[in-house]
Design a protein around this ligand. Structure first.
Ligand SMILES: NC(=O)c1ccc[n+]([C@@H]2O[C@H](COP(=O)([O-])OP(=O)(O)OC[C@H]3O[C@@H](n4cnc5c(N)ncnc54)[C@H](OP(=O)(O)O)[C@@H]3O)[C@@H](O)[C@H]2O)c1
Length: 262
């Protein structure tokens, strides 16, 4: 075994990735698979999941696509159960499912608030609970990684997303609370806090990129003067999933071009 495999290798591990049908979740799933893990891809859009699964299978990854709405408790239970039955006990949960709704605070719609909290915060807790329970019972520890956001730590100066900002602050402290409660079980719980990356969540669907005026604003508030590029989250994902990261818990790892450094 190479030294890198010893530190970062995930051979024999099983990962469940939510939000794996697009964007950062799909990219993280590929990173985990390429590092040796068997990967279960979870999201609602079946066809997108199957396309992603084909990409991973072609790379030699053991992969399973599971259509599920993680705001529905029965779907969460079914997904977790199916992964354990088909791939084996879950070692790594990477929770990337998320959504954002625009709307200035004084007019923000109750429905938008509820949708965002349901996916970003409540479902993150429910799936952590379902997987955590099994990890505790198995007694072998595990890794839980949430994709939070720089908005967990501070307000968004560019977009009006009050529910999103509140949900991600919740994810940051959910991470810390689970880390403290489950430390005794060898389960590490950490989060990654990205600044802006071009994904379906942030791009103008008609343009296929972040709108130019918004991009200029984002560059202005980011010390590196640019948004993230797909692939730049992978090292943080592998770091937090790694066997050698057994003493890292309760951390929020910023991948943000310096957004939160000032
Ligand atoms: N892009 C950024 O700039 C940025 C910055 C900071 C943090 N983040 C965070 O990164 C994560 C991934 O976002 P992204 O940027 O990659 O956006 P994205 O491409 O829109 O991905 C969002 C993912 O969440 C899934 N999802 C949404 N609701 C779901 C539900 N009810 N059940 C199951 N899956 C659901 C979507 O799949 P289906 O529609 O197929 O269900 C999709 O795979 C999110 O947590 C987001 O808040 C993104």
């Amino acid at each position: 075994m190479s030294y890198l495999d010893e530190v970062f290798g995930l051979q024999g591990r099983v990962a469940l990735v939510t939000g794996a049908s697009s964007g950062l979740g799909a990219d993280a799933a590929e990173a985990l698979g390429r590092a040796g893990a068997a990967v279960a891809l979870v999201a609602r859009r079946k066809q997108r999941l199957e396309e992603q699964a084909s990409v991973l299978a072609a790379l030699g990854v053991r992969v399973l696509a599971i259509e599920a709405d993680i705001t529905v408790d029965a779907d969460v239970e079914r997904a977790v159960e199916e992964v354990a039955r088909t791939l084996g006990p879950i070692d790594i949960l990477l929770n990337a499912a998320g959504l954002s709704r625009l709307g200035r605070a004084e007019r923000h719609r109750r429905q938008s608030w509820d949708e965002v909290i349901a996916v970003n915060l409540t479902a993150a807790f429910r799936i952590s609970q379902a997987v955590g329970l099994r990890m505790i019972a198995a007694g072998k520890g595990g890794r839980i990684i949430h994709i939070s956001s720089v908005m967990g730590r501070g307000a968004n100066p560019v977009h009006r997303t009050v529910g999103y900002a509140a949900s991600k602050a919740g994810v940051d402290n959910l991470t810390r609370q689970l880390a403290v409660e489950w430390a005794q079980h060898g389960i590490t719980v950490n989060a990654i806090a990205p600044a802006y990356f071009p994904t379906e969540m942030t791009m103008d669907p008609k343009l296929g990129e972040i709108a130019a005026d918004q991009l200029e604003e984002l560059k202005r508030v980011t010390p590196m003067g640019r948004v993230g590029a797909m692939g730049e989250l992978r090292s943080a994902v592998l770091f937090l999933a790694a066997p050698a990261s057994s003493y890292v818990t309760g951390s929020i790892v910023a991948v943000d071009g310096g957004w939160t450094a000032w």
